[in-house]
Design a protein around this ligand. Structure first.
Ligand SMILES: Cc1ncc(COP(=O)(O)O)c(C=O)c1O
Length: 488
């Protein structure tokens, strides 16, 4: 029975020759998609359930031809997508899957290796070490930092808080865990921090009662460090222990930068761990003229940034750096007999730097990007986006009825339109904001994200898709004015 199954699987598996032909066709398909993406509606126009409803409930018994799959990609899948690679995608954040990086991803999948241990794929570990070293130097970070590639900033934050918890408790996980701690441990982040910080603090067992959102300064939206120090002092006086601060370099809504040097100093007074979440903005460290935004980062214990956002690496390339890998490993390490090898102790075992055991060859995506594009071209693209954001902010700022709400340190512009001569209530203004944003998005010509700022709606324009040029930003600006005027 088992023999028959093995035989059947072997017979049906795609041969390398069949793969070669199919892959050439699919690479053409991807290239065609990228060439035509600008002509597609940016936001998907399907209704919930439409994609699933167009597909059979049961998997096929017999093999299907590639043409059938490609037809479904064209007819069902592509219309069911919001196109992040579209030049007028200004929603959420840029998630540039540069084609150079796509090639690295193809190789990673094609090699099909598994990073369980150094021995299971030595090059997987060592290319990752080299690439993490390259990006560290490109960012001007000191050689105190040791990096790995995790799937996302949420995971990095979670891992950082686990390390902070264990450092503060002297390894409580090996005893009674947090439940045996005498005093509650407190965690701090800006009120504007990403939702992943709350999620990580809750999953790491700190409890919502011990997470302190620190107020931000009204003009800069940066964490108010006086308020941070005061919250920590109050917690200590009440018998709690401040153990971790997550500082954000480039908040999600407005790209505000917490003052890292001051945050680190305040944390140090209590021996608290500092993690810097620079998920989107970390790419700007490649630009010497932007490094001042990250002043003080060397005082942190861990940091994360996502080259899969603005830089151009395909998704699930999140760089996580720590100063003290030994404390990270002491929290994450496992040592089952089947993973041991003769080189243990003299090599890096990345499985001990995060949660998963089996790891993809993630570094290839970044390695290909950096080698095939070169860092100067990437820097030029980042500078183009920053210049486009400044230019847009200046146009919006001068236009009657329009407001730029927050500073524009990088590529995100936060705006609101107030109809001229109107005296709308705050609620009516919210409705107007959401309405004009929705009409822009429904047009399919551009895509924007509304977000709350001090509980009132505004619209974020996140510039930085790889193909976005000034003409695309200008088209968006004309569209915004037309739609807002029509409503207001
Ligand atoms: C500041 C910040 N942190 C964390 C995240 C979450 O990143 P990921 O999707 O990699 O978990 C985001 C995503 O937008 C972000 O902007």
């Amino acid at each position: 029975m088992r023999q028959a199954c093995l035989f059947a699987c072997k017979k049906d598996a795609m041969t390398p020759e069949e793969f070669r032909k199919a892959a050439h066709e699919l690479v053409d398909w991807v290239a065609d998609y990228r060439e035509k993406v600008a002509s597609l509606p940016v936001r998907s126009q399907v209704a919930p359930g439409q994609v699933a409803g167009a597909l059979p409930v049961e998997a096929p018994n017999a093999p299907e031809p590639l043409e059938a799959l490609v037809a479904d990609l064209d007819k069902i899948v592509v219309p069911g997508l919001t196109h992040f690679q579209h030049p007028r995608n200004f929603a959420w954040f840029p998630a540039n899957a540069s084609l150079a990086s796509v090639l690295g991803d193809i190789v990673a999948a094609g090699l099909g290796v598994v990073g369980l241990t150094w021995q299971s794929a030595p090059a997987l570990t060592e290319v990752e070490q080299v690439v993490c070293g390259w990006t560290r130097r490109l960012c001007g970070l000191s050689d105190m930092w040791n990096g790995t590639i995790l799937d996302g900033a949420s995971t990095s934050c979670m891992v950082a808080l686990l390390v902070a918890r264990e450092r503060a408790t002297g390894g409580s996980q090996r005893r009674g865990g947090l439940q045996a701690e005498e005093s509650p441990l407190t965690v701090y982040c800006s009120a504007d921090a990403h939702a992943c910080v709350t999620k990580a603090a809750l999953l790491a067992g700190f409890g919502a009662d011990n997470l302190r959102p620190v107020p931000v300064r009204r003009s800069s939206r940066a964490m108010d460090v006086v308020a941070l120090a005061s919250l920590m002092a109050t917690d200590v006086a009440a018998g709690r222990r401040p153990v971790a601060v997550v500082a954000t370099a480039g908040t999600t809504a407005t790209t505000a930068f917490d003052p890292l040097a001051d945050v680190c100093e305040a944390a140090r007074r209590h021996g608290a761990f500092v993690h810097v979440d620079a998920a989107l903005a970390g790419s700007a460290m490649l630009l010497p003229e932007c490094r001042h935004l990250f002043d003080g980062i060397e005082g942190a214990d861990s940091l994360c940034w996502n080259p899969h956002k603005w830089l151009g690496s395909v998704l699930e390339t999140s760089l996580f750096y720590v100063k003290d890998p030994a404390s990270l490993v002491s929290v994450m390490a496992t040592d089952p007999s089947y993973l041991r090898s003769a080189v243990d102790g003299s090599v890096v075992q990345y499985r001990d730097w995060g949660l998963p055991l089996g790891r993809r060859f993630r570094a290839l995506k970044l390695w290909f990007l950096l080698r095939l594009e070169g860092t100067e071209a990437i820097r030029a693209r980042l500078r183009r986006d920053i210049a486009n954001a400044q230019r847009l902010a200046s146009l919006v700022g001068q236009a009657p009825g329009w407001e730029v709400l927050t500073p524009v340190p990088l590529q995100t512009v936060c705006v609101r339109h107030i109809p001229l001569g109107s005296s709308l209530t705050a609620e009516a203004l919210d409705r107007h904001t959401l309405a004009w944003c929705e009409t822009v998005n429904a047009s399919g010509l551009a895509h924007l994200t509304p977000a709350l700022l001090d509980d009132r709606w505004m619209v974020r324009i996140s510039i930085g898709a790889e193909p976005t040029e000034w003409a695309d930003v200008e088209t968006l600006w004309e569209l915004m004015q037309e739609k807002a005027r029509a409503l207001g």
